[in-house]
Design a protein around this ligand. Sequence first.
Ligand code: F3S
Length: 76
Amino acid sequence: MYSQVQREQCIACGLCQLRAPELFDYDTEGIAFYRLDHNQGQAPIPAAQLAAFKQAYRACPTGAIKRQNKPFTTKN
Ligand code: F3S
């Protein structure tokens, strides 16, 4: 499973970082990004982090956190 934050949809609510601090972090404006590869969507979510990822994914109020089974090809 791969993840990327659709940054234009992020409203800097902060829930993803609370739920999955290993996976999500913020830039100086509070907009989230996928930590493992600076939001490139190329680094798979570690198995040990999948439960935390699902919590963050469900918690995001805008659906900005994307997931798919192959690496992302577009940058956000
Ligand atoms: Fe943004 Fe959603 Fe996280 S709004 S801060 S990506 S929970």
